[in-house]
Design a binder for this molecule. Sequence first.
Ligand SMILES: Cc1cc2nc3c(=O)[nH]c(=O)nc-3n(C[C@H](O)[C@H](O)[C@H](O)COP(=O)(O)OP(=O)(O)OC[C@H]3O[C@@H](n4cnc5c(N)ncnc54)[C@H](O)[C@@H]3O)c2cc1C
Length: 323
Amino acid sequence: MDSSRSGGRRLAPQECAAALAPVLGAVRLRCDEPLAPYTTFRIGGPADVMYDATTADELATAIRAARAADLPVFVLGLGANILVGDLGFRGLVIRNIARGVTDLGGGRFRAESGVVVGDLIRETVAAGWSGLEHYIGIPSTVGGAVWQNLHFLSPAPARERTMFIAETVEAVELLGAGDGVQTVSGDAMGFGYDISRLHGGTEIALAVTFGLAPGDPAVMHRVMQENLSWRGSRHPWLEHHPSAGSIFKKIEGVGAGRLIDQCGLKGFRIGGAQISHIHANILVNLGGATAADVRALISHAQRAVAERFDQYLEPEIGFIGEF
Ligand SMILES: Cc1cc2nc3c(=O)[nH]c(=O)nc-3n(C[C@H](O)[C@H](O)[C@H](O)COP(=O)(O)OP(=O)(O)OC[C@H]3O[C@@H](n4cnc5c(N)ncnc54)[C@H](O)[C@@H]3O)c2cc1C
């Protein structure tokens, strides 16, 4: 499931750091870094080694260094679509905080893949360009958004279709398996529902160029307020109830959350993890939840839905590291 993780050598954290230090610098490598604070679920054990990539070039250099040392590597955005195992991650976790944005003119913006989508929305809307504002309130980096093809419903009142970030992606700069960099068009990204070509191999998005349309700021601000209000009333609030958003993939015409709800599972709890009272496809961390609690809750919901409706609930989130 997770193509951002590759490599195979298993070393102790200090050995990992020693193998990477000549390229990445010893002072920038943190050993045994807890991952929970870097995820929206607030769950997960330590990374053997963590490195903050502050530019797209540093991201590419770190990936190449891990590959050269044959170490497993994982690219972390905002950690909004993953569950990290209680035993953490063996190898290098690169926290992508490459946040450079260039206004190329004419509604084209190049954003490094660690740019936070909310920040990019503020910048593009202020400049009068439309296309990204629909995704306001969704925690994501640009890299994570392209990985998953970020999506949300079209504006109120109709909300008649799902809109995808793919609609705004003009080109993506990719670091390939062979360590070369190529720029591909949005059409070549293999975008679908919850998927892109990033799932398929060892490619890493370094930067994305978005193509936006002229927009009326008043309309864009209305859309943003309506979408934030929609989220606020239907989703648990991350600040109080950490989560990874929807846990299971959409089941066309049925709704994974509806099936779980019909099994009477809203509010059902294992350890510190609970099926949200207000959205049955969201599991929340009530405080001190472990990855084991979440996995047990996922299995429980899957069993209940399979027995009652003969439907399989497929997890949408990535399971990272050791459980
Ligand atoms: C409260 C809440 C609401 C949400 N609502 C929505 C919603 O409405 N619509 C929606 O689509 N999603 C939603 N999500 C899910 C989540 O926000 C998205 O999947 C988001 O795109 C994840 O981005 P991230 O930066 O946190 O990625 P992470 O969770 O950090 O990473 C996810 C995957 O992407 C890979 N990845 C990250 N960056 C790169 C890169 N540069 N190159 C290659 N691979 C990379 C990672 O290695 C990992 O495998 C929601 C989540 C939460 C917590």
